[in-house]
Design a protein around this ligand. Structure first.
Ligand code: ATP
Ligand code: MG
Length: 414
């Protein structure tokens, strides 16, 4: 196993924390925190937690119970000074997977290695992309559905998730209904395998699988923020792509979805309110320490001659623009009104080509090679960079050292 694992160590004093660090130094990054950190464990991105029972047993047990309740992907190791059978029982009941004693032996290292292997085996290769509107009506649902459609067309398994539990419009946009809701997946996550899951989800003729709550509102309160990360990573285990729509603003639920996303597409139109909101969103993303490889800006309903031109967008956001999607109201509405995707109804339209470029630029499908001439192909002439990826000469306003812990999947476009 080559990659390093982040481990959250809770409740250790300095000496014990140092001991743990030195034992695991070769394969893990150990972050030592007090028990309060358990409340934000799902944000700290650690798949493994070690809870130290040596100092304060009750607080340690409470922390383990909280980790178990939050339903996140954190596996818990209880660590104590002695192997007290009663303590072992309490720790296991509180949700610990393993119980180890911190001493001169290799026990901790062996247990951590075992759990790391399990985590690696369980981790899916799926990629989670959240389409995030800077302002209502920016075209997030339109982009999310069509990007998912292009991914499906390329032969990959894709699920489109609508996290707007109350007023989600993915099902309406695709003219579908669904018997199976997000709350059902949550309830059955333990027993759902790939077959059962894909058999249960609604399917669009394009091949997109859809998961929404909007037809089953009465159970929406089961879908809590703490479970959002768990459900998206669960879906990523079974799909190549998880495209998320219906996330807006920065409430707990949104942040849980954004945190587990590998990419966030910030969608805006060329209006002053949209630009202002986009600036604020980028600021929040920076504070959440999402890097440039994670956050991509897409201008939708793009009009070249708009008074807010591309340079103004780039300047006021201080970042590059990854994609421009043309404003073609009639073409777009014709597809939406039929519950279809643009590459099915108007594949030659400019807006459909733009969507392909965006999908290519974020690495969701192979980049379109536009206008490759016969001689060019024959002599292997180099293709031009996609036109819609607009480089900014110099990154501005970016915090030093901001980086994403998510895997880098998209080709370098900026
Ligand atoms: N590129 C485009 N060209 C023309 N019209 C578009 C384009 N993209 C979206 N629209 C139109 O804008 C409207 C809003 O789009 P959409 O529902 O996708 O936005 P949204 O960001 O999901 O909105 P909401 O905040 O309601 O969730 C749609 O009616 C659609 O027809
Ligand atoms: Mg929408």
């Amino acid at each position: 196993m080559e990659s390093r694992t982040n481990i959250l160590l809770l409740g250790s004093n300095l000496r014990r924390a140092e001991q743990v660090r030195s034992k695991l130094a070769s394969s893990c990054n150990v972050r030592s925190e007090d028990f309060h950190a358990v409340l934000s464990a799902h944000r700290l991105g650690a798949p493994l937690a070690i809870v130290d029972l040596a100092e304060d047993v009750d607080a340690a047990i409470a922390a383990m119970e909280e980790l178990a309740r939050s339903g996140g992907p954190v596996k818990v190791i209880a660590m104590a000074a002695t192997k007290d059978p009663e303590l072992i029982l309490r720790a296991m009941r509180a949700g610990a997977r393993e119980f180890v004693v911190l001493d001169g032996s290799d026990e901790l290292v062996t247990v951590v290695e075992k759990l790391r292997r399990q985590i690696e085996a369980a981790a899916g290769s799926g990629h989670i992309v959240t389409v995030f509107p800077a302002k209502g009506g920016a075209g997030a649902t339109f982009l999310a559905t069509n990007l998912a459609g292009l991914v499906a067309e390329s032969g990959k398994r894709v699920v489109l998730v609508d996290l707007d539990l109350q007023l989600g419009d993915v099902l309406v946009t695709l003219d579908m209904t669904s018997q199976y809701a997000i709350s059902d997946v949550l309830q059955n996550m333990q027993r759902l395998d790939r077959e059962l899951l894909s058999g249960s989800l609604a399917k669009h003729p394009s091949g997109i699988h859809v998961l929404s709550q909007s037809d089953r509102l009465e159970e929406a309160d089961r879908v809590t923020a703490a479970k959002i990360g768990a459900i998206l990573t669960f879906l990523a285990r079974h799909y190549d792509y998880v495209v998320v729509d219906g996330v807006r603003g920065f409430d707990e639920m949104s942040i849980a979805a954004l945190d587990v996303s590998h990419q966030v597409l910030l969608v805006l139109a060329q209006t002053v309110p949209a630009l202002r909101n986009a600036q604020r969103c980028l600021e929040v993303f920076r504070r959440l320490r999402y890097g440039d490889d994670k956050v991509k800006v897409v201008v939708n309903r793009y009009q070249k001659n708009d008074s807010i031109d591309l340079d103004s967008v780039r300047e006021s956001l201080g970042t590059s623009v990854t994609g421009l999607v043309s404003n073609e109201y009639k073409t777009v509405m014709a597809a939406i009104n039929r519950g279809r995707l643009l590459h099915e109804t108007a594949s030659r339209s400019k807006v459909a080509q733009d969507l392909r470029q965006v999908a290519g630029a974020i690495g969701a499908v192979g980049l379109q090679k536009k206008g490759g001439s016969f001689f060019g192909k024959l002599f292997g002439k180099k293709e031009a960079a996609p036109k819609n990826v607009i480089p900014l000469p110099k990154q501005q306003n970016r915090e030093e050292g901001v980086r994403s812990e998510q895997p880098k999947r998209a080709p370098e476009t900026i």
